[in-house]
Each structure stands twice: as C-alpha cells, then as structure tokens.
Design a protein around this ligand. Structure first.
Ligand SMILES: [Zn+2]
Length: 392
C-alpha cells in the first residue's frame, strides 16, 4: 500500500515537473524569452532589439536577492556543485552580489541538517570575491567605451550571501530547528558574514504564518533579516499576519487586497519581484500582465528584480531586467535605477554601503558610454520595439 502511494506521489511529482517545464517552454516560445528559441521571421527584428536590451542589462552591475537553491538531490557533492554553478552563472550574467536561499536538510549520504548548511557556507567562502568585485567596480573601465560587454565584471566573481529557508509546509518544530541552526552558525566567525537571513517559503496553501512568527522573531532578535513569501495565493488573513510581523522584505506579493497594497506602499516594504516565475506560475500572457509590477514601478516602490529559480524558469537576471524594461517601457536610465535600488535592499548592510556608490558610478558610466556610442537615440526605440515583441 505504502509502495503504491509513493509511486503515485512520484508520478504526480514527475507530472508537475513536466507541466512546469512545458509551461516555461510555451511562455518562452510565445514571448521570445527563451535562449535558443526559434522565432518566426516577423519577430526576428524585435528579438534582436530584445537581445541588445539584454546586453545592456547584463552589463549593469546587479544584485540578485531572491534565488532558491533547490536540493532534491541525494548527496552533498551535488549540492556543492549546484551551488558553485549557480554562483558562476550569476557572475557571468553581471551579478556582483547574490543572496541565495535554501532549506537545509539531512541527505541520504549521511549529511546532517547542520552539515548541509556548513558545507554550503564553505562553498560560499570559497567563491567569495569581495575584494575583486570592489576593485573591478572601482576601475573606471567604461569611460569612452561603447562596448558594453567590455564593462562586465564577470571574471571577477561575486559576493555571495545565504538565507536559510523555513518551509511553511513543514512543522513549527522543523522551523525552530532551522532557526536555531542559523543562530548557532552566527557564532562561527568563519561563516558569520555569509549568513544574512531567514526566508519563509514553501507551499503557500499550507501552514499559517502566525505559527511561524515565533521562530522568525527569534531569528530577528539574533540579528538575522527576515524575508517572507507573501500573497502568492489570495489569502488576506495570512497576508495581514505577515504584514503585522513587518518582514524586512516580501517575496512576490502578488494577490493583495487594496488595503494590504496600501499598507505595503505606505510602509515602503521592499518587494522581491520574480517576473518570469510569476508569469509562468500565474499562467499570464506576458510580463505586462504581472499583477503588481506596474503599481510598484508607478509608485517608485523599493523593488528588486529576481530570477526565483533560473533553472526551472529558463531565465537569468539580465533577461528579467530586459523583460521588465520591455513590458513596462522603461528607458535605460530607469532600468539602471532598478539595478541600483536592489543593492540598497540587500540584507548585508555593510557590503551594500560599500557597493552602492561604486554601483551608481558604474551605472552612470554605462549610460554615458551608451549615449556616447551613438546608441542613445536607439535606446528608447529598442526598448519600445522589444516591448512590442514581448507584449505581442
Ligand atoms: Zn521564492
């Protein structure tokens, strides 16, 4: 009986994985957002424009604040490899500061919950390139250069930070286990700078936020920042409980009542927007249909643009920026302002303070280089053309 049940569960999981991949492919094909997707001739011109917009977005120094490291894997070597690859992919896409999040778990190879977190932090320490990133951003390499790719700091790596995730689909005891582990790790001088926060995520249809407020409050009292996946489904009481807690950032914030929306806007709670993830999971026709992005942008609300899970949603951060710029007709300076804003929402305040002036200068130099290369007049046009392609 148990065996029948587990194979049925496996079938459902495989079906869901297949369905998500299929939806991702359909969305990518429809909107010209997937790498290597063949477009019919009419869209080809616009796709070129989208590419140039993405090249600009790739050259912008960016902060990724909402990316899950999913570990449906059995051994720690694989987790380490996946983490290394994720950090390398972000760096190659012009991300200079990345906060990754993961639910620590015991693995079948004997790795304990604590071992999982420690080994991941070890990978972060190995991949840490703070000095190189600061030096690269300080160097004035964009001046008089129309070649945007020449301004990429990718070869210098990135500054990695970690959030441990609490799964709201699991028990409150399991939440305490993760939070206690995080608080313990803060005492370890070797890892303290890499562990910056706690995330509450998992199946939004399961669990009640209130049940997790205790452990999250404990994490906060220990000096960790807290991000909460919020309003992924319409659940006003849960959303209200989350807003009462005042998380440092909200993930997604999609299905808000007008009261909740007013409250988020009034309190300027930073929101982690994951455009393509939202388009796919909500079954939208394009980024322009995103339920809250236009409102955040219109109010100049503090938001960050993120990938959520670059592998599952076949995306990268520069593509997310280009998609948002195209869908909401942002010009290049607005696009660059979005990139800068994400740094000010980073959970590592010390690093953010060091990065911000350098990132601002780099963005200004990029905009000047773009204008100087004679591409200025094309800037808005190419955004508009790409918008047409994406909204088609
Ligand atoms: Zn998420």
């Amino acid at each position: 009986m148990e065996r029948v049940k587990s194979s049925a569960t496996l079938c459902v999981v495989i079906f869901l994985l297949f369905a998500v991949s299929a939806m991702a492919f359909v969305a990518a094909a429809t909107h010209g957002l997937g790498g290597g997707v063949k477009l019919h001739a009419a869209a080809a011109d616009s796709f070129d424009s989208f590419d140039s917009l993405q090249a600009f977005a790739r050259a912008l120094p960016k902060a990724e604040l909402h990316a899950h490291l999913h570990g449906s894997v059995l051994d720690m070597d694989t987790v380490r490899r996946i983490a290394r690859e994720a950090l390398a992919d972000f760096a190659a896409d012009g991300v200079v500061y990345a906060e990754l999040r993961t639910t620590p778990r015991p693995l079948r190879d004997g790795t304990t919950l604590e071992g999982y977190a420690r080994q991941l932090l070890e990978v972060f320490a190995e991949c840490d390139a703070e000095a190189q990133v600061l030096a690269a951003l300080s160097a004035d390499t964009c001046r008089n250069s129309g070649d945007l790719t020449g301004a990429l700091p990718c070869e210098h790596g990135l500054i990695p930070r970690l959030l441990l995730s609490v799964d709201r689909g699991k028990s409150v005891d399991a939440a305490w286990e993760v939070v206690n582990l995080a608080v313990d790790l803060l005492k370890d001088a070797q890892y303290v700078k890499y562990l910056v926060g706690i995330d509450l995520s998992g199946n939004p249809a399961k669990g009640r936020f209130e049940d997790f407020a205790g452990p999250l409050q404990h994490a906060r009292a220990a000096g960790l920042k807290v991000s909460v996946h919020c309003a992924e489904v319409y659940n006003p009481p849960d959303t209200q409980a989350i807003l009462d807690f005042s998380p440092d950032r909200l993930g997604h914030a999609l299905h808000l009542t007008s009261d909740a929306l007013d409250r988020v806007l009034r309190n300027r709670v930073p929101v982690e927007v994951c455009p393509t993830s939202n388009v796919i999971t909500l079954g939208l026709n394009g980024h322009h249909e995103h339920p809250t992005a236009a409102t955040w942008l219109a109010h100049e609300h503090p938001v960050s643009i993120n990938t959520d899970d670059a592998g599952v949603f076949s995306t990268c951060l520069s593509r997310e920026y280009a998609s948002v710029a195209a869908a909401f007709d942002l010009d290049l300076s607005q696009c660059s302002a979005l990139a800068v804003a994400a740094f000010s929402q980073a959970f590592d305040a010390r690093t953010s303070a060091a990065l911000l002036p350098l990132v601002r200068r780099r963005c200004d130099a990029l905009l000047a280089a773009h204008a100087g290369s004679g591409a200025k007049s094309e800037g808005t046009v190419s955004v508009g053309a790409a918008a047409a392609a994406v909204n088609r």
